[in-house]
Design a protein around this ligand. Structure first.
Ligand SMILES: Nc1ncnc2c1ncn2[C@@H]1O[C@H](COP(=O)(O)OP(=O)(O)OP(=O)(O)O)[C@@H](O)[C@H]1O
Ligand SMILES: [Mg+2]
Length: 260
């Protein structure tokens, strides 16, 4: 038996009287590409926030690659190999694409890029990071934009750069919060194809939040977890999810998003 990349057990998160996440448990193996879907407000982002240490869970445990990460800070969890992106990207607008890859993500490490340079050995590491940054841009097929300012990018291009920044930390596991929201169809297809290849070729596990149920159920993914009202409604292959009346009803209850 191999150690799961991520194991979440009995996760609950209360905001005052509101239980946003209610006893969620699931496990993801190394190299798996898993979708997390659910209507608005069903607790997807809050689950990510608890896993990545941005929020303290009310109850439950989080294990990353077999290590108990419950209660750890975001930077400690990142060092275990788990990196995340955010629903709203936080690129440095006044920096170029490649520069954005060379500074740590705004939220996961704090807001001052200069602090990153104070880390021991940063000068030697710098050369490797530049070559890594171009490899990541190649992988995401955006190396032609390396010297564009982030402020010039479209929403979809910004999402790609954000994924690039996450990949710069050489993660074992990635949590992606709506990586293709607002992205035009062909580019969204390309992003998903590249992500799928990363899981297959480099064994990086991924849990991807996606709002559009039709879109995710047509993708080449291993499994889909469906959340509703803070709980896991169902877990299964895209085909099993498509056949579930419960899932369709949960979405139709949320103003008919299954129709999108
Ligand atoms: N920091 C917070 N304080 C109070 N309530 C919050 C907070 N964050 C989220 N919530 C509430 O928790 C519930 C779950 O929100 P969450 O953002 O996790 O949903 P989601 O599934 O990501 O939704 P969406 O698809 O719209 O992004 C919602 O009712 C939301 O209003
Ligand atoms: Mg969300």
């Amino acid at each position: 038996m191999t150690t799961p990349a991520l194991r979440v057990s009995g996760l609950t998160k209360d905001f005052g009287g509101l239980r946003a996440v209610d006893g969620v448990s699931f496990q993801i193996e190394e190299g798996e590409f898993i979708g997390l879907i659910g209507p608005n407000g069903s607790g997807k982002t809050t689950t990510f926030n608890c896993i990545s240490g941005m929020l303290e869970s009310t109850t439950g445990t989080i294990e990353v690659l077999g290590i108990n990460a419950t209660g750890m800070r975001p930077d400690q969890i990142q060092r275990l190999g788990l990196t995340r992106t955010f629903q709203h990207t936080g690129l440095w607008r006044e920096m170029t694409v490649v520069e954005n890859l060379l500074v740590p993500p705004r939220n996961q490490f704090g807001s001052n890029p200069l602090l990153a340079l104070l880390r021991p050995g940063s000068r030697n590491a710098e050369k490797h990071r530049i070559s890594d940054a171009y490899s990541v841009l190649d992988l995401l097929e955006i190396s032609h934009m390396a010297h564009n300012l982030a402020s010039e990018l479209s929403g979809g291009q910004s999402k790609l750069v954000d994924i690039g920044r996450a990949l710069m930390s050489s993660p074992s596991f990635l949590l992606l919060d709506e990586p293709v929201a607002g992205v035009a169809g062909p580019l969204a297809e390309k992003i998903f194809k590249n992500l799928r290849e990363l899981t297959s070729n480099q064994g990086i596990g991924m849990l991807v939040i996606e709002h559009n149920m039709d879109f995710i159920l047509r993708r080449d993914i291993d499994r889909v977890i469906v959340m509703n009202a803070g709980q896991i409604l169902m877990e299964g292959t895209p085909d099993e999810i498509k056949r579930s009346r419960d899932v369709v009803e949960a979405y139709l209850g949320d103003s008919g998003q299954a129709e999108e």
